[in-house]
Design a protein around this ligand. Structure first.
Ligand SMILES: [Zn+2]
Length: 321
């Protein structure tokens, strides 16, 4: 049972990585005994993270689809002791009980040690590669664990005074340990806009020089301080392609923990047509019609992976969903 049904939250079906179904249980995080309470639950699942990699019980090489691997508290006792950080992710009601999820960062282990210790349960791999092969729900829990551990690893020292920080609130906050500073640091998420710009029967796609040959995607960029998300859409499209847009409409979002973004998907209408690569971020931008895009393969072009917001925006337009 899940506390929020992602299919009822909005009119759009949820994106990959965005419907973990966990009750984040903020009330328990507030208690000083939060982690003890999680470790006392025999149903707790341990989610190990090693240097931003997640654990999977089947490997791509085995020919069987990978499955996220969780450990019991009993199996993970040694690992919990050496974990640099522990984060209570939340709980999931199952029948009359509930499963808690505790992410642990065991990056202090050397590669051989991590590989050998975890071998009975699985192998570490990059969620960016494995994500499309696993379900969106389980992928979401792994994405959450990876994202918050990334934040912990970059906030070990206070950004105000440089003193070491300590994790509190079940791993959802870091506090500066210097008296007189005591600054509180919260997990960061960087909002990024990603937009499909339409002009009647064609849309604007671009490609960066570093991308694999033939890959075309929607334009995207980070929101800047003091800016609305709609303004960010208009600015990025103008900077990257020289096109002025209007009627910007928010569609749906997706957590993207590579390393810490929240992707915000939009559609927009073009007011101008002439492409001008203003900031040299793209090596090419073009208008493509539906029929051109449906025959992309014959032109040795292809679209982003299906788990991405970019592909979702493109497919929704292409197939008029
Ligand atoms: Zn400080």
């Amino acid at each position: 049972m899940i506390i929020f049904d992602p299919y009822e939250l909005t009119l759009h079906t949820p994106n990959h990585f965005s419907f973990g179904g966990l009750d984040r249980d903020v009330i328990s995080r507030e208690k000083a005994s939060c982690l003890d309470y999680v470790l006392e639950n025999p149903e707790t699942r341990i989610v190990p993270i090693w240097r931003s990699l997640n654990l999977f019980s089947n490997t791509v090489e085995s020919g069987t689809p990978p499955v996220p691997a969780y450990l019991s508290i009993q199996d993970a006792t040694d690992l919990i002791e050496i974990a640099k950080n522990q984060v209570y992710l939340g709980k999931q009601a199952v029948a009359s009980t509930f499963i808690s999820y505790l992410a642990i960062d065991i990056s202090s282990l050397e590669e051989d040690e991590a590989t050998n210790k975890l071998a009975p349960w699985g192998k570490f791999a990059d969620l960016r590669d494995i994500g499309p092969l696993i379900g969106g729900i389980e992928g979401s829990i792994l994405a959450y664990a990876r994202g918050i551990m990334f934040w912990h690893n970059r906030n070990g020292y206070c950004g105000v005074c440089g003193t070491p920080t300590i994790a509190t609130k079940g791993g959802h906050q870091r506090n500066c340990t210097k008296k007189g500073c005591a600054c509180i640091h919260f997990p960061r998420t960087d909002p990024a806009v990603i937009m499909l710009v339409k002009d009647d029967d064609r849309v604007l796609l671009g490609r960066q020089k570093i991308w694999p040959d033939g890959l075309y995607s929607t334009l995207a960029g980070f929101v800047e301080p003091g800016e609305t998300i709609e303004h960010a859409v208009a600015r990025e499209v103008y900077e990257e392609a020289g096109i002025i847009v209007k009627n910007i409409i928010y569609q749906h979002s997706q957590p993207w923990p590579f390393p810490s973004s929240l992707m915000l998907g939009f559609t927009a209408e073009a007011c101008t047509k002439k492409i001008n690569l203003n900031d040299a971020e793209l090596e090419n931008a073009q208008w493509f019609t539906r029929s051109e895009m449906l025959n992309f393969e014959t032109q040795e072009k292809y679209l982003p992976r299906k788990v991405s917001v970019s592909r979702r925006l493109i497919d929704d337009w292409l197939y008029e969903r």
